[in-house]
Design a protein around this ligand. Structure first.
Ligand SMILES: NC(=O)c1ccc[n+]([C@@H]2O[C@H](COP(=O)([O-])OP(=O)(O)OC[C@H]3O[C@@H](n4cnc5c(N)ncnc54)[C@H](O)[C@@H]3O)[C@@H](O)[C@H]2O)c1
Length: 287
């Protein structure tokens, strides 16, 4: 018996990284998966996004768990693409219980065009809202919505510093928006017994973190920082002695929130951050 037997989950940004890890983890626990990804690059984003081969690899891994999967190439900025793909997935798999709005970009750098602010907000905030809006008509009591925020949205100086450029500011703006959206939506959907929670990862071991623009933000003192150079900077974020968490660490949080173990957990901002926010925020400032 799996925790998620009989449930269906839609996951955006599922071709690689945390999204793929969520797909495989939820499948391991019995869920069938609707896996969506843009599988193309976005011009202002200074590192490559996933490919259709990556999405196929997610399919292979989910099927290896003995679960069904429907994949589609979808840009979360496009509400109609999401509506179509989710409706097709639900038609094939029969229902929808879990929404993981995870797709994201991080177009860092001082030299990127100002457009990067809007691209960041479009993908990281509007994309989350589009995903939830497209999924909502298919959800019933007991459903669970999980959005991916970021520690960058919870701390001052995360990506809203001059070295991160307009795309970084857009990233912070979007992730703060995701936190607020999750909070307010949780209150709206509670009477329908639909839960909404936000997971906030710190540095996570994926292509987004291991990218040239990210290395430069963490080591502005170096012209061409290597992974090793950047890791010293990553480590500095965390009171716990670790440079980054792994995708499976975030997936365990998603699994809990998706499952009936969390049946009365809603409106949570769940940080998986090796202590980053306790070191970098003022506690109980609102009290
Ligand atoms: N890696 C980190 O350090 C870190 C830290 C905090 C939060 N996050 C967040 O975690 C989430 C997952 O990122 P990741 O770390 O797995 O990085 P990643 O780059 O490996 O994965 C992101 C995925 O989203 C997809 N994607 C991007 N734009 C899309 C769009 N418009 N439509 C559909 N799919 C799109 C990409 O193709 C890719 O497969 C993101 O929301 C990110 O902001 C990451």
């Amino acid at each position: 018996m799996g925790k998620l037997d009989g449930k269906v989950a839609v996951i955006t940004g599922a071709a690689r990284g945390q999204g793929r890890s969520h797909a495989v983890t939820l499948a391991e626990h019995g869920a069938d998966i609707i896996a969506l990804d843009i599988c193309a690059d976005i011009e202002t984003n200074g590192y490559a996004l996933a490919t259709e081969d990556d999405l196929e690899e997610t399919r292979r891994l989910v099927e290896k768990e003995g679960r069904r999967i429907v994949t589609a190439v979808v840009d979360v900025r496009e509400a109609s693409q999401l509506r179509e793909a989710i409706a097709a997935g639900v038609h094939e798999l029969g229902r929808l219980d879990i929404v993981v709005a995870n797709a994201g970009i991080c177009p860092l750098g001082v030299d990127v065009p100002r457009r990067a602010f809007l691209d960041s907000v479009d993908v990281n905030l509007v994309g989350v809202i589009n995903t939830v809006s497209a999924a909502y008509p298919h959800l019933t009591a007991g459903a669970s919505i999980i959005a991916t925020g970021s520690v960058a949205g919870l701390i001052k100086g995360g990506t809203d510093n001059p070295a991160s450029g307009p795309g970084g500011r857009g990233y912070s703006h979007a992730k703060q928006g995701v936190a607020r959206f999750g909070h307010d939506l949780a209150l709206q959907l509670a009477p329908e017994s639909i839960r909404v929670n936000v997971v906030h990862p710190s540095n996570c071991d994926t292509n987004m973190l291991h990218s040239e623009p990210m290395y430069k933000v963490f080591r502005p003192d170096l012209e061409s920082p290597t992974r090793e150079d950047a890791e010293a900077g990553f480590l500095g974020m965390h009171p716990m002695p670790v440079a980054y968490v792994e995708p499976r660490d975030i997936s365990q949080a998603v699994l809990f929130l998706a499952s009936d173990d969390a049946r009365y957990v809603t409106g949570l901002q769940l940080k998986v951050d090796a202590g980053a926010t306790i070191a970098l925020t003022v506690p109980f400032a609102h009290a």
